[in-house]
Design a protein around this ligand. Structure first.
Ligand SMILES: [Zn+2]
Length: 56
C-alpha cells in the first residue's frame, strides 16, 4: 500500500503523486484523535491532517 501523510496544504500534492504513480484515485482519511496527532506532514513541518493511500 502506498501512503502519504499530509497537511491540508499538501493533501492535493499527495493525491497527485499517487495518481501519477498508481494511475488510480486514492483514498483520503482525515486524521482524528484516534490517530497519532504528533505526526508531521511529509512535505512541510505542519501537523498532518490527512492520510492519502491506495491499495495495491
Ligand atoms: Zn504540508
Amino acid at each position: 500500500m502506498m501512503k502519504h501523510i499530509a497537511c491540508s496544504e499538501h493533501v492535493e500534492l499527495a493525491m497527485e503523486m499517487i495518481i501519477d504513480e498508481e494511475e488510480t484515485a486514492p483514498n483520503i482519511e482525515i486524521l482524528t484523535n484516534q490517530h497519532d496527532l504528533s505526526t508531521d506532514c511529509e512535505f512541510c513541518q505542519n501537523p498532518a491532517k490527512y492520510i492519502v493511500s491506495v491499495e495495491n
